[in-house]
Write a protein that binds this ligand. Structure first.
Ligand code: ZN
Length: 55
């Protein structure tokens, strides 16, 4: 999942690192244009297109 640099708005940056904490995932990024580093945390179920019903 790519992200945009918050400093220079360089787009389509692939994550350099990924850490999972249960249902959350934190992607670490490093901008190839300006060298800025940052991390974006996401809640995985929000990105799951289908839910399995617990029938
Ligand atoms: Zn940048």
């Amino acid at each position: 999942m790519t992200d945009s640099c918050p400093v220079c708005v360089h787009r389509g940056i692939a994550p350099a690192a990924e850490r999972r904490h249960g249902e959350n995932v934190v992607h670490g990024y490093r901008c190839p244009a300006c060298g800025h580093t940052w991390a974006t945390a996401r809640h995985l179920p929000a990105y799951t297109p289908t839910r399995r019903s617990a029938a």
